[in-house]
Ligand binder design. Structure first.
Ligand code: SAM
Length: 289
């Protein structure tokens, strides 16, 4: 008998992964949580049937959502992770000795519990004394914050269900307010490829451009996400993602990474023409220059 996990990427396209066994299935107040074991991708986590991460390719997502802003901002002391219940972003952040404090606000405590048990590869940093966990809605958490964080990482699910509020203008405005005067916000920015994802990506970009003076988008290749082509947003009050990249300084940290390099960092901001066009269509004219 063959067992397969299938996720529709559009009404006409599916990604299917052969599964050895299902390790966990449960329903929280917010979503259905499943963990599978597969021969090709190792263990993987899905929420409401959507792929969140696999053991084989999660390094790409988590390295690129953390090291890009960390190689630009010269002095990150306090970080907020919104979502990120699998722990991958926190795992990468705790590698930096200069970071003094990490708050993580995850709406669903069960995601963290399940990941600690079944995905220790990602959920291995929660015990670090600098990490403080809050189980509540990131949209609400951020409302009361002002001038507090050097870096905010929005490691959310897609813009429906519990993650919907994390793609709103109100949310991005509150992130701006919660950041210090030279703060950076990085967010998972959906994919430009299939129409449905591209619409969400465009909408998020428009709202971020309206909220931050510097807003750029960079790309990664994630085999298990729809189309494999995924984007992250880099929004900033002061630092430019390329002009202020300090690759030499970052290399001196001696960090062993499997995807991120300062050279790749620069290249990741060079987008295909159709993606540039998509993003420009929602930018004010001055951003186009
Ligand atoms: N890498 C993943 C992806 O893009 O598919 C996302 C990883 S992480 C598992 C996303 C987390 O965001 C989930 O654990 C989910 O519970 C959390 N989340 C969704 N909406 C949230 C909200 N409003 N506030 C805080 N956390 C939220």
């Amino acid at each position: 008998m063959e067992l397969w996990f299938s996720e529709p990427h559009t009404p006409n396209v599916k990604l299917s992964i052969r599964v050895d066994k299902q390790l966990y299935s449960g329903q929280s107040e917010f979503q259905r949580i499943d963990v599978f074991e597969s021969p090709e991708f190792g263990r993987f986590l899905t929420l409401d049937g959507y792929m969140m991460l696999t053991e084989k390719d999660e390094f790409i997502y988590h390295e690129m959502i953390t090291h890009v802003p960390m190689a630009v901002h010269p002095n990150v002391k306090k970080v907020l992770v919104i979502g990120g219940g699998d722990g991958g972003a926190v795992r990468e952040l705790i590698r930096y000795e200069n970071i003094e404090h990490i708050d993580m606000v995850e709406i669903d405590e069960l995601v963290v519990e399940v990941c600690k048990k079944y995905l220790p590869q990602t959920a291995c940093g929660f015990g670090d004394s600098r990490v403080h966990l809050y189980f509540e809605d990131g949209l609400r958490f951020i409302r009361s914050k002002a001038d507090e964080y050097d870096l905010i990482i929005v490691d959310s699910t897609d813009p429906f269900g519990p993650g919907e509020g994390l793609f709103t203008k109100e949310f991005y405005g509150n992130c701006y307010k919660a950041l210090r005067e030279d703060g950076i916000m990085v967010n998972q920015h959906e994919s430009p490829f299939y129409d449905g994802d591209a619409t969400a990506c465009k909408r998020a970009h428009k709202r971020i451009v309206e909220s931050f003076p510097i807003s750029r988008v960079y790309q990664v290749h994630i085999p298990t996400y729809p189309s494999g082509h995924w984007l992250f947003g880099f929004a900033s009050k002061k630092y430019h993602p390329i002009h202020d990249l300090n690759g030499v300084q970052w290399k001196l940290l001696g960090m062993d990474t499997r995807y991120y390099t300062p050279r790749l960092h620069e290249g990741a901001f060079c987008l295909p023409a159709y993606v540039e066009k998509l993003l420009r269509s929602v930018e004010p004219v001055s951003e186009n220059l």
